[in-house]
Design a protein around this ligand. Structure first.
Ligand code: ZN
Length: 143
């Protein structure tokens, strides 16, 4: 376990572009407002989605497609730096027409129908990711 303190900075609210890629849209907002470390949440709807599940033994993500319009019930995640660039890590819960939900790690290819994002900047030494041998993931370093 490692932890570090941050203070709350600016809060940005954004409307995500129709047809845009969910992760790219969020990264663009963080970039535009110079937020290198932030927590995020969003709701809205997606035209289609790609989610992933991390195989803890194989150390690789398995992606699956959701090829239908869905409600974006909840998107939770954060912004930090990976290889010096803004990196968005987010998990989504999506609901179909009958309310049945799927959830997972958000992969590239989630197409926004409409989206309302809140980014909360965290002020302090920016969080940076580095490869972790044990998990095979790019985890926060110096924590
Ligand atoms: Zn994840």
């Amino acid at each position: 376990m490692g932890a570090r303190e941050f203070t709350r900075g600016r809060r940005v609210v954004a409307r995500l572009a129709h047809g845009g890629d969910l992760l790219e849209e969020i990264a663009a907002v963080a970039e535009e407002h110079g937020m290198r470390t932030a927590e995020l949440r969003a709701i809205g709807a997606l035209q289609a989605a790609r989610l992933a599940f991390y195989d803890q033994s194989a150390h690789e993500y398995g992606e699956f497609a959701v090829d239908a319009p869905v409600e974006l019930i909840g998107l939770l995640g954060n912004v930090s730096l990976k290889d010096g660039a803004i990196f968005v890590h987010a998990h989504a819960t999506l609901a179909g027409h009958d309310g049945a939900c799927v959830a997972g790690h958000v992969a590239p290819g989630c197409v926004v129908f409409a989206g309302e994002l809140v980014l909360q900047e965290l002020v302090g030494e920016p969080l940076e990711r580095e490869f972790d041998e044990v998990t095979g993931l790019a985890l926060w370093r110096d924590l």
